[in-house]
Design a protein around this ligand. Structure first.
Ligand code: NDP
Length: 479
């Protein structure tokens, strides 16, 4: 999707009931907003925990995660045990001092800045100029309908081909994009500092110059900084979340996978473990961009405001963590052999296919108003009513057959299996290359609860009925 989001104003929908639309403090049914907490009367200690303790701890701790990850890889031979020993030998604080002030390279010249600024300009340029189909996102709680230009796939393909071309050109002059690997710590530092400032900017923008009526404050600056003050902010008509989530986070993940594979090739020649892992990750990211219009209907976009949680996550956490298996494999090449390689590729590709088809079934049934076939049969659907904040009633289809009849988030299973498949080439010497899979299991389990809460509040008794039909969250008959 390109240059964003044009919001078809929901203002005309407002005013049907006694809703405070100035700052979004009251919701019809809690649909889509953190203010749901106050609506359902959570105890004060719970609000203190959710809106102060959690944001504070996450903002404090998360910037260290990517850095510790890089440090483990570069200084501890990819072993968390060695990292732990370093902290045991020194104290925790002197260990952190050692990492931040003695080991990390703070940028000494402009190269890493130019790389990051250059890439961002490139992505914004493609967002603005590439043609694509016009697609509508889901109606927001305030009745706005975000509109996108679906040009993400073109952006990704052009960007990856351009990286290949750039590599050929740079090599003529004795240079290589693998400098990103060599100076990855500098890149992480710049991303961290930039993202902190950018999130502060977004916080203020949402308060003083919001792009749509889907904005507001909780009255708690810490929580607002963390969660965001706008659902769909735009800057110079560029959609912030399309940029941070897709054109930066997801694309940089793909670029890093390719660059780390290049570094491995420069060091060791062809290594099948690196190839298998990179191939599966790039296949997944390509699928993501093929389906990007569908991504605009997921929790990241519909529920999460553009604050530290999602924007820092996409600008810093994805680049520092998601390509971690490839980072690890650069210094730990493994020879898998053709049979194992093919087997892992087959399992990985099957997982991508199932995950994609599950996402597709949900979209298809809504696009056709239930007039389609799912697994060769008429779909089992539920027409669920919900209300916008304006009090206006809307209807959505909930699919209760196909992959969506197995469990409410069956598609998370292939997502996890796939991540396992691209980690497996690192074999079992260290747990570090499995960090992403472990993280993903936690993230998606938590997400299944978040989505249940969100849908329960949005659809009420209809969601309860769906849950009766499809009783398990992720694993059929188990969970
Ligand atoms: P989902 O695809 O699970 O979609 C959730 C939304 O879909 C709900 O909020 C609801 O929205 C709608 N919905 C829920 N149940 C049904 C149903 N039975 N029929 C029709 N619509 C339904 O969202 P996610 O954002 O969690 O996942 C999207 C994709 O992204 C998945 O493939 C997932 O695996 C992947 N993912 C990857 C992550 C990663 O870091 N690698 C992290 C998270 C997700 P509505 O309000 O429209 O009804």
């Amino acid at each position: 999707m390109e240059r964003e989001l044009i919001l078809r104003s929901g203002k005309k929908l407002a005013g049907k009931n006694n809703i405070d639309n100035k700052n979004g403090t009251t919701l019809s049914n809690g649909f889509h907003d953190h203010k749901k907490d106050s609506d359902i009367g959570l105890p004060i200690y719970r609000k203190f925990f959710d809106q102060i303790v959690v944001p504070f701890l996450l903002i404090l701790v998360t910037p260290h995660v990517g850095i510790l990850f890089w440090y483990t890889h570069r200084q501890c031979d990819g072993s968390y045990a060695k990292l732990g020993m370093m902290f045991t030998e020194k104290s925790f604080l002197s260990g952190m001092y050692e990492i931040w002030y003695r080991t990390l390279h703070w940028p000494q010249d402009g190269l890493c800045f130019y790389i990051l600024i250059g890439y961002s300009m490139w992505a914004l340029f493609l967002m603005a100029v590439l043609p694509g189909e016009r697609v509508e996102g889901p109606v927001t709680p305030k009745g706005n309908v975000p509109v996108y230009i679906d040009n993400g796939f073109k952006h990704f393909v052009i960007t990856m081909v351009s990286l290949a071309a750039l590599t050929v050109v740079l090599k003529q002059y004795g240079m290589s994009p693998s400098v990103v690997y060599d100076r990855f710590d500098e890149i992480l530092l710049i991303l961290n500092v930039f993202s902190f400032i950018f999130c502060a900017f977004l916080y203020l923008k949402g308060l003083y110059s919001p792009s749509s009526t889907d904005c507001g404050t909780s009255g708690n600056p810490l929580f607002d900084y963390y969660w965001g003050t706008e659902l769909y902010p735009r800057i110079f008509n560029f959609d912030v979340k399309v940029f941070t989530n897709c054109r930066f986070g997801m694309t940089v993940w793909g670029l890093l996978v390719a660059i780390f594979a290049l570094k491995s090739y420069e060091l060791h020649g062809f290594v099948d473990s690196m190839f298998v892992s990179a191939f599966l990750q790039l296949a997944y990211i390509t699928k993501f961009f093929w389906w990007e219009a569908g991504y605009m209907r997921t929790i990241d976009i519909m529920l999460d405001r553009a604050g530290y949680y999602i924007c820092w996550g996409c600008l810093v956490f994805i680049p520092s963590f998601y390509a971690s298996v490839s980072l690890y494999l650069v210094s730990k090449p493994v020879n898998l052999g053709p049979v194992t390689s093919l087997l892992i590729c087959f399992c990985g590709l099957t997982s991508i296919y199932i995950n994609y088809i599950a996402d597709w079934q949900k979209q298809r049934v809504r696009q056709t108003n239930g007039e389609c076939l799912i697994w060769g049969k008429k779909p089992n659907i539920l027409r669920a009513k919900y209300m916008l904040e304006s009090g206006q009633e809307r209807e959505s289809i909930l699919l209760a057959s196909g992959w969506w009849g197995m469990s409410r988030h069956f598609h998370y299973i292939p997502e996890i299996l796939l991540a396992f498949c691209w980690s497996l080439p690192a074999l079992t010497e260290n747990i570090m290359p499995y960090s992403y899979v472990i993280f993903l299991i936690i993230l998606l389990t938590h997400r299944s609860f978040r989505d249940d809460t969100k849908c329960g509040m949005k659809y009420g008794k209809f969601w309860a009925e769906y849950c009766r039909k499809v009783p398990h969250k992720i694993i059929p008959y188990l969970f």
